[in-house]
Design a protein around this ligand. Structure first.
Ligand SMILES: Cc1cc2nc3c(=O)[nH]c(=O)nc-3n(C[C@H](O)[C@H](O)[C@H](O)COP(=O)(O)OP(=O)(O)OC[C@H]3O[C@@H](n4cnc5c(N)ncnc54)[C@H](O)[C@@H]3O)c2cc1C
Length: 390
């Protein structure tokens, strides 16, 4: 059955996230954007009301929200400020591999840690020479007795400066390309250094840093999943987190659409509000369509996960479409504002800068197209739940 009706609980959750975004995030978002400082007070409040770590299952102290519920929250946070939203959502990315492949003890300890205090974790995949092509990574993990010892640097790590632990991908077989990568849970200690905080175009309230591991030793049990199966774990992680990024992009697009719509009713040129000019009406109409379709694609990709089904192509559709739509809608919002759109006293130039990252992180829009093309040209046989039980 296809039904887009939210339950009363889901509506209440979305309302709560919206209230938080409107009252706690929006009033300070442009200030944090200007200063590029860590929005600690907002993050702490969000943690207190349950808008961080919603994905953590109940047995580890979290609320165990579904993927659809996570997407509802992320759209509202993205509407408030996607920089702050990214800081709030990054624990979900960092802990997805742990949830998928971590041992019970590791999950209890590290997922539990995030629900007991407002702490952060980071996902460490990207390196200077390994962005879209992670098989080029140089970070290594070598087994010494009962420990794994990691060496190497990861760049562009969200919340890296503030993380208490990291999920780190490293080569455990240097000659095996993507088949030689493993994933580790690495607590922050004196051997982990923060080398550089990036000064970014957009999402300036989020922290992005280079993290270096210098002879960093972790117990053997901190291997997440199987040795040399880290690439698959990373891809499975991204299938699960791309709906959230798509939701955040939908939130940015919705914010830009709302600002532009309101402005078009107020701004008078040639004796009428500019909304009376058909050229502006068509821009607004296209914005409305893009927001609507971004949300539909996002919800579909999330619901498939909630049904226990593979969503690789749908999460790439959603992430690619919503990211590109957010960029287009935010750019068009600047157009509707005319010259004022280019000025920092007005809200939409921030949204245009923020939207750009949606087309870059968690797989660029080109990489999403590669995934979609591969899944289209070489489809994998999927056993539907009904067929599996028949
Ligand atoms: C603000 C921010 C936060 C981030 N957070 C994290 C994080 O928390 N953890 C983490 O691990 N990483 C993170 N990243 C890294 C991000 O995921 C990478 O930047 C992204 O995957 C692209 O890699 P790259 O920058 O090396 O670009 P490249 O891979 O060098 O790509 C450059 C260009 O070439 C294109 N391209 C590359 N290969 C192909 C191909 N085969 N076909 C067609 N086009 C191609 C790309 O689409 C892009 O346009 C973050 C990045 C930023 C900027």
């Amino acid at each position: 059955m296809v039904d887009f009706t939210l339950t009363d609980e889901q509506k209440a959750l979305r309302e709560m996230a919206h209230e938080f975004a409107a009252k706690e995030i929006r009033p300070v978002a442009w200030e944090y954007d200007r200063d590029g400082t860590w929005p600690e007070a907002v993050l702490r409040k969000a943690w207190e009301v349950g808008l961080m770590n919603a994905h953590i299952p109940e047995q580890y102290g979290g609320p165990g929200a579904s993927y659809l519920e996570g997407a509802l929250i992320e759209e509202e946070l993205g509407w408030g400020c996607s920089g702050i939203g990214t800081s709030l959502a990054a624990n979900g990315l960092a802990t997805a591999p742990l949830g998928l492949g971590g041992g019970e003890e590791l999950k209890k300890r590290y997922l539990g840690m995030l629900t007991e205090a407002p702490l952060f974790a980071s996902f460490c995949l990207t390196e200077p020479d390994a962005g879209s092509d992670v098989s080029g990574m140089r970070t290594t993990a070598v087994k010494r007795g009962n420990t794994w010892v990691l060496n190497g640097s990861k760049c562009f790590i969200t919340n890296g400066s503030y993380a208490s632990f990291y999920t780190v991908y490293a080569k455990t077989d240097r000659d095996a390309g993507h088949r030689g990568i493993s994933c580790f849970l690495v607590p922050r200690d004196g051997t982990v250094t923060v080398d550089k905080k990036e000064d970014k175009m957009g999402q300036r309230a989020s922290n992005t840093a280079t993290i270096t591991f210098n002879e960093t030793a972790v117990p053997a049990g901190h291997l997440i999943g199987e040795e040399n199966k880290g690439f698959k774990l990373a891809m499975m992680t991204l299938d699960r987190t791309r709906p959230g990024v798509a939701a955040m992009a939908t939130g940015i697009a919705r914010a830009a659409f709302e600002f532009a719509t309101e402005y078009s009713k107020q701004r008078v040129q040639f004796g009428v509000p500019i909304a009376m000019h058909q050229a502006i009406q068509f821009i607004i109409a296209d914005m409305a369509t893009k927001v609507h379709l971004s949300r539909l694609a996002t919800w579909h990709s999330a619901v498939l996960l909630d049904q226990g089904r593979r969503n690789t192509i749908e999460s790439s559709h959603a992430k690619r479409f919503a990211a590109d739509a957010a960029m287009e809608v935010a750019t068009d919002a600047v157009q509707v504002y005319g010259g004022y759109g280019f000025i920092k006293d007005y809200p939409v130039e921030k949204l245009m800068r923020d939207a750009k990252i949606m087309q870059l992180y968690e797989g660029t829009s080109q990489i999403q197209r590669l995934v979609i093309a591969r899944e289209t040209l070489l489809p994998r046989r999927v056993m539907e739940p009904a067929a599996a039980t028949a």
